[in-house]
Design a protein around this ligand. Structure first.
Ligand code: ZN
Length: 185
């Protein structure tokens, strides 16, 4: 039975989010449990990816539940990748919105490679490579960043490009209210 673990947030002050995670040396029972728990935690949150430091484990492990993509026959499956490494990237980058389970209520616009090739080891110990693009590539880059203590907020280049979800909604409501007042004269 998998256990939903507590997600470490930046507010907690736990330094694990800022440390470089260790390479996994041995795929043992405790690592299998960690992966099962990470998948359960990601789904419960819910999120589309999770890195081991986010549950307090300073190890190079990520899980990604890729959203459906018509062009990717493997989409919709759960990837658990041990010691993931980006070995190739697209020449171009693209801006897109991101949030993070460790930074609740914040979103930002982040530049990422459009596609990446990730090399890693699966939970049976077999080395594999996967090419991901667009949203899935973005998730991989975000999660692998976590293994080096990098958060998406570090990659936001302009303060205007990060916002608190509630505040953006409030701003929208505020402008609607202003519009109403204008009508009322
Ligand atoms: Zn994150």
């Amino acid at each position: 039975m998998a256990t939903v673990r507590e997600i470490v947030t930046v507010e907690s002050g736990n330094p694990v989010l800022r440390e470089k995670a260790r390479k996994v040396q041995k795929i043992d029972a405790s690592l299998q449990t960690l992966i099962d728990d990470m998948v359960a935690t990601m789904r419960e949150a819910p999120g589309v990816g999770l890195a081991a430091p986010q549950v307090g484990a300073p190890l190079r492990v990520i899980v990604v539940e890729a959203p459906l993509d018509e062009d990717d026959p493997q989409s919709g499956k759960v990837y658990a990748i041990i010691n993931p490494e980006i070995i190739k990237t697209s020449p171009e980058m693209e801006e897109g919105e991101e949030g993070c389970l460790s930074i609740p209520n914040w979103q930002g616009s982040v530049n990422r490679y459009v596609w990446v090739v990730v090399k890693g080891v699966d939970r049976q110990g077999r080395e594999f490579r996967i090419r991901a693009r667009d949203y899935v590539a973005r998730i991989f880059q975000h999660e692998i960043d976590h293994l080096d203590g990098i958060l998406f907020t570090d990659r936001v280049q302009d303060r205007e490009k990060i916002w608190k979800i509630g505040e953006r909604n409030r701003r929208q409501r505020f402008s609607e209210a202003v519009a109403d007042e204008t009508v009322l004269g």
